[in-house]
Design a protein around this ligand. Sequence first.
Ligand code: SF4
Ligand code: SF4
Length: 436
Amino acid sequence: VAGAGKQESSTLAPIRIEIDRESIRKCLSSECSFCRENCPSYIAFQLDSYSSRGKNRIIKAYLEGEVGTDELREALFTCTICGQCSEVCLTDGAVFNQVREIRSQLVEMGHGLKGHREMVDYIKEKHTPYGVKDRKWMGSEGEEGKDEVKNKEKDIGKDKENDKEKDTGKGTMKDKEKDMGRDIGKGKEKDKKKDRRIMKGKIAYFPGCTIQAEHPEFALKTLKLLDKLGIRIVPLSEPCCGSPVLGAGYREEARAIAGDFLDELKERRINTIITSCTGCTAMLKLEYPELTGKKLKVQHITEVLAKNRKKLKVLLTNGTFKTHNGSGSEIFYHDPCDLARKLHVMKEPREVLETLGFVLREFDHNNTATVCCGGGGGFARDYSDGAESAAEKRVREARELGGRRIVTTCLSCRKMLKRASGGKTEVLDLIELVNL
Ligand code: SF4
Ligand code: SF4
């Protein structure tokens, strides 16, 4: 496998795994292998040791001194943390529930992956796992980028007069950014007061670092759509929520990122966050309370759109926006693991698709039984070839059902499935269905 398997430290200390031994016994004494079929890690390597059952086997062998930390690390870090195994498992996914805990222990004892340490240090310094030059939506670089976002924040929801001009949808990305980022600092005193109110607004939009780096236009379109729906929001400049850091096992570093994030929310009196990235949503909603003891009100964009579907329908009917390829066409919805299995957001994206006039088609594996695209838990970054095999299997499932178009609500899923489709199946994010 890829070089990601290199250990972080050569001074190895033994790790103390506290694990549910009864579940391991139950699993290994059964004839069950239900977890194998759709496990992306098993699909990638075609070896039992990469499945959930195989992980149980290796943990048991480690506890009995039959294998070392290298084998344990390999088993635990080749997991997308998709949770598919927990859906079918006799033991309610005992291993899955402890993957992150064991990864954290590995890291604490100096057995983390070298590449992960570098990634975590990079995120701590740059506040994103992506190259700074790629942060188009955030602006140019680092702190300057933050200033540019703050300029954009001042403009959201403002100046309906110019909407007709802006709404042609024919402008370039640059034009759109300009539209949303006009310097209202030059405006009247009344406007300035209004802008200060917006800056201390209570609902923030947080696109997450992947959208900011790879598809800033999706973030801008989302902002615009929210504005059309009459939802007054501010974009949030905090770039990385810490999800990749926690996924790599760096719990304390993730806690520090969460703390900084919460400080910014408090300072700006933000109490609700609208997200686009499913990984960020799970991190903010499920992990932040664990890490910080504080709960956040977090809504994925599909939840917001579903809640406002009557208004969405009106905007569609009155021509404020058109849908991609028009209504009445068939589309397969791929449930992202985080959104479906962890957050139970399943009916909302379907309601939005129907409101937009699409004919919804389902994969055989849908809702909480969805199958991972291979992109989760840092797996695609560390084991890219293997991750592609998982994505190819998912695209094949749609093709076998006659599907030529897939929509999802996670940028990572979109990327994995699009790459795997080889251009033969159209793969879109839900926001791309809105031509605004
Ligand atoms: S969480 Fe996903 S990748 Fe990990 S063992 Fe279970 S099915 Fe496999
Ligand atoms: S589904 Fe659960 S019990 Fe069955 S083999 Fe996999 S890990 Fe073991």
